[in-house]
Ligand binder design. Structure first.
Ligand SMILES: [Zn+2]
Length: 143
């Protein structure tokens, strides 16, 4: 599991913003899979951030959210994406791909639905429509 997977979606997207806004003041590689850096917080406070890609839960940051907890915060993600821009590009591409696939699935679902409806006879359509209307009415009464 990588840093991105260990973080909440919220932390990842805020990390992307922080990276784009160049909130990482300084950073250096300190190990095979580790970086240390200073990241500017929303309140202009500076946080000491250490990330370990191989062991995300060993990453640390002294912000109120992450201090003393084994969580991945937005400052860690910002540091990661600043030190490895390729990781950010890959992540954004992955999201784009997922969204395109989701759109494709939705499209296919509607096409299937349309095909199904067009395949029905008039009598079947009348039955189905009546059922749907009754269901709709029951739901309305229910609420
Ligand atoms: Zn933090």
């Amino acid at each position: 599991m990588g840093l991105i997977e260990a973080a909440s979606g919220n932390s990842v997207w805020k990390g992307v913003d922080y990276c784009d806004e160049k909130k990482v003041v300084s950073w250096k590689k300190v190990g095979e899979s580790e970086y240390s850096g200073v990241v500017s917080g929303s309140n202009k406070k500076l946080y000491d951030v250490h990330i370990d890609k191989a062991h995300p839960r060993k990453s640390t940051c002294n912000c109120p959210f992450a201090e003393g907890r084994r969580v991945v915060c937005k400052h860690m993600i910002a540091l990661y994406f600043t030190a490895e821009p390729q990781a950010k590009d890959d992540f954004l591409k992955e999201v784009e791909k997922w969204e395109a696939e989701e759109e494709q699935r939705e499209q296919e679902h509607y096409e299937d639905l349309e095909k199904y409806v067009k395949s029905l006879s008039k009598a079947e359509l009348q039955t189905q429509l009546l059922d749907a209307l009754i269901q709709l009415e029951e739901r309305r009464n229910w609420w």
